[in-house]
Design a protein around this ligand. Structure first.
Ligand code: HEC
Length: 135
């Protein structure tokens, strides 16, 4: 009798471990997205290029963003977006629409070799869960 209780307890414990394992691996998957995973759309890139050319191009070249992205390695893309929103264009910070900032970030990522995908970059939704990786 005590053996069967032990077996049942062990099974219950293993099942609990399995469930815990599944939940934590899903949590890890949800957090493990990076800018390599197609986190913006091509439409955002195209719109971002137009904004970039009028509002950013005069002061930065793409080499500059490579270095900036390196310095943001491992940080959420939301933080970089917020920094750009708060400080850029340096001659008129915060002057663009939120959507234009998002599109510009998509354009910068695309120009640095990161792929477009199905899901739009969205500051209200997913950007805090997406990490920057160095290009
Ligand atoms: C009038 C010039 C000017 C314009 C226009 C401008 N910037 Fe900047 N930007 C600067 C200066 C100056 C710095 C700080 C210098 C440095 O970090 O080397 C900077 C820094 C940055 C950084 C680095 C921030 C960090 O902390 O890593 C990013 C990213 C950036 N700019 C993006 C943009 C984007 C995107 C636009 C267009 C919306 C833009 N800039 C427009 C002058 C400008």
């Amino acid at each position: 009798m005590s053996l069967s209780i032990h077996v049942a307890a062990t099974r219950a414990f293993s099942a609990a471990l399995l469930v815990a394992g599944l939940i934590s691996s899903q949590a890890v998957l949800a957090e493990a997205r990076t800018i390599k995973d197609g986190v913006f759309t091509q439409a955002q890139v195209d719109a971002g290029k137009a904004t970039y050319d009028t509002s950013c191009k005069t002061c930065h070249d793409m080499r500059f963003y490579r270095d900036a992205l390196k310095s943001w390695d491992g940080q959420p893309v939301l933080w970089m977006w917020e920094t750009i929103l708060g400080t850029m264009p340096a001659d008129n910070p915060g002057s663009l629409m939120l959507e234009e900032y998002t599109d510009v970030v998509a354009y910068i990522l695309s120009e640095n070799g990161f792929p477009a995908g199905e899901t739009a970059l969205d500051p209200d939704g997913n950007m805090s869960d997406i990490s920057i990786v160095a290009p």
